[in-house]
Design a protein. Sequence first.
Length: 79
Amino acid sequence: VFITGANGFTGRLLKNTLELSGFKVIPLVGDITQKQSVQEQILAANPDWVIHLAALSLINHTQAEDFYKINLFGTLNIL
């Protein structure tokens, strides 16, 4: 199982639960906005499942562009 956002609140819980259930968990390392790195990691992992949890959720985040970079373009990098 390849997971983005594995160090976040939900990601940590999910990672632990999956590992306890016998799944091999491979977290994304680095920045989801770095398309080549993301794609290389997914290809190298060759996962059966991808769980995408990396995102910005704070409405009062000071840089509106970051929502697009991370939530939109980061998701496109995964796809």
